[in-house]
Design a protein around this ligand. Structure first.
Ligand SMILES: [Zn+2]
Length: 197
């Protein structure tokens, strides 16, 4: 393979969520695309790299801080806790939820040696108070790491009187959000269960 293409492949493969096949498909697509379009994409990527930031309030990877969701006064006073930005955007795309979010940026993981205090929880209690949050929905995957994180979160929030629920799904949240239809999503959200039990 040509040196430049090898470099491109290495860079694309280093992106999260991108496997071998997607990388190959993307490279073929770029090779077949006219130069004008390629330059336009390069310019957009440059602009993106300048604008990309992390919302100082909820932790989502966004183009402004505070992000559009945190800035939106029309949002319900419910806080949905998700593992990462990808899952937040999937929830948004599903269009089933009008509350706010808090992105943990991971879950407790003995394998990746990620502790609870390394998660984005520093301003969580302050947010609940300042933004008059009435309920917390924990939307973490029902895997051992997600379950441990839920337990820590409940303990962490035990000092404040707030309703804490979790989404009723039996598979990893990301997979669930990707595959479920609107009705299933709605019933998972409306059928959420008390997380403190
Ligand atoms: Zn935000």
């Amino acid at each position: 393979m040509n040196k430049l293409l090898k470099k491109l492949n290495g860079n694309i493969r280093s992106l999260p969520y991108i496997g071998k096949k997607t990388s190959e498909r993307l490279i073929f697509a770029l090779l077949e695309t006219e130069n004008k379009k390629l330059k336009e994409i390069a310019e957009i990527l440059e602009q993106l790299s300048q604008a990309k930031t992390v919302c100082s309030n909820c932790g989502v990877k966004s183009l402004s801080s505070p992000c559009e969701i945190c800035n939106n006064a029309e949002r319900d006073n419910i806080l949905c806790i998700v593992e990462n930005s990808k899952e937040l955007y999937k929830m948004e795309l599903a269009g089933i939820y009008n509350g706010k979010y808090h992105v943990l940026d991971g879950v407790i993981s003995p394998f990746k040696s990620k502790n609870f205090d390394e998660l984005n929880i520093q301003n969580l209690i302050k947010r609940i108070e300042n933004e008059h949050i009435k309920e917390i929905i924990i939307a973490l995957s029902p895997l051992p790491e997600g379950e441990i994180t839920i337990r820590y979160l409940i303990k962490y929030l035990s000092g404040i009187d707030i309703k804490i629920t979790k989404m009723a799904v039996g598979i990893p949240i990301g997979q669930f959000l990707e595959n479920a239809d609107e009705i299933t999503l709605k019933s998972a959200l409306s059928g959420r269960i008390n997380a403190k039990d």
